[in-house]
Design a protein around this ligand. Structure first.
Ligand code: NAD
Length: 294
């Protein structure tokens, strides 16, 4: 891979990853449907393009950061339709979107046939991790593509874990986010109990974070975005609902019973009318801060 990288999707995560790549010395070209995102990208030294195909033309390393598996698939198909993969060899697509293992496997097989690599490389660490090049990245795909893409991966992530073959990255990410969804509700409930029994939530968190009940939610999310009442973690409730829906679909496909997770998913769905898809997902941590159900 050379010193240029293309990014398609410049949202909360993609923009931060683009900044980390610039800092690491890469030339970055990018595309997003949103004009605002493109204007911000241009202002920060990113070469903006007029289409995803133009990004693919510009470089052999392409990072995707898109909301849904459907967007990932449509973007790659647009590349095939425009002949982007036909007369070249050795491109690597790094899909950092939280997507579906089956879609990742399908795209990896299709690109491999044409002589290119595809990695499912979903991430954890939020917009802050993306902006600081400090993400945890869980990768599914072939070792050759991982090796080729390593400098790009290292610029975006502090931890790069090659989990297994194509699809394994997305399985790991969905399992992780199912836990996040559960920890969100159980942490909120535990803090409610603490307050009701007379111990302020901040005091309870101080203890929990030195004891065995701690998690990323108690250590990072609740102190930063619930106790401060800022509710601005940069991760939307809509994307979280996507993740838990995909995790349950994965469980159904694998024939795995998930009684606790099903209950948690039901609680997340019940909050649908009170919590819009674009609202920050941390609003689930405090029912009083959420808009009332209709
Ligand atoms: P976001 O909604 O902030 O950004 C998505 C961007 O993609 C938007 O700018 C949108 O305009 C653009 N877009 C949508 N469809 C497009 C298309 N077809 N072509 C080009 N651009 C398109 O989302 P985000 O929070 O940055 O999340 C991106 C991905 O990363 C999602 O799959 C999400 O689940 C995952 N993720 C997010 C976080 C987080 O904390 N925000 C953490 C880990 C993983």
């Amino acid at each position: 891979m050379g010193q240029s990288v293309g990014i398609i999707g410049l949202g909360a995560m993609g923009m931060g990853m683009a900044q980390s790549l610039l800092r690491a010395g890469f030339t970055v070209s990018a595309y997003d449907l949103s004009h605002d995102a493109m204007a911000r990208a241009r202002a920060s030294g990113i070469t903006v393009t007029t289409s995803p195909v133009e990004v693919m033309q510009a470089t052999d390393a392409i990072v995707l950061s898109l909301p849904l598996a459907r967007h990932v698939e449509e973007t790659i198909e647009a590349g095939f339709a425009a002949g982007m993969f036909a007369n070249r060899q050795g491109m690597v697509v790094i899909d950092t979107s939280t997507s579906e293992a089956a879609v990742s496997r399908r795209l990896a097989a299709r690109l491999a046939e044409a002589g290119h690599g595809f990695l499912d490389a979903p991430v954890s660490g939020g917009p802050q991790g993306a902006a600081n090049g400090a993400l945890s990245m869980m990768i599914g795909g072939d070792t050759n593509s991982v090796t080729k893409a390593q400098p790009v991966l290292d610029a975006m992530a502090a931890k790069v874990i090659h989990v297994g073959d194509s699809g394994a990255g997305n399985i790991a990410k969905l399992v992780n986010n199912m836990l996040v969804a559960c920890h969100m509700l159980t942490t909120a409930e535990a803090l409610r109990l603490s307050e009701a029994a007379g111990l302020p939530a901040g005091d309870a968190l101080r203890v929990i974070n030195s004891a065995t009940g701690r998690s990323a939610l108690s250590e990072v999310h609740f102190p930063n975005w619930v106790l401060t009442r800022s509710f601005d973690s940069g991760f939307s409730a809509g994307l979280m609902r996507k993740d838990i829906r995909l995790a349950l679909e994965l469980a159904t496909d694998a024939g795995c019973a998930m009684p606790v997770s099903e209950l948690v998913v039901e609680l997340w769905s019940k909050a649908r009318s009170g919590l819009g898809d674009t609202d920050d997902f941390m609003l689930m941590g405090d029912p009083d801060a959420r808009p009332k159900e209709e």
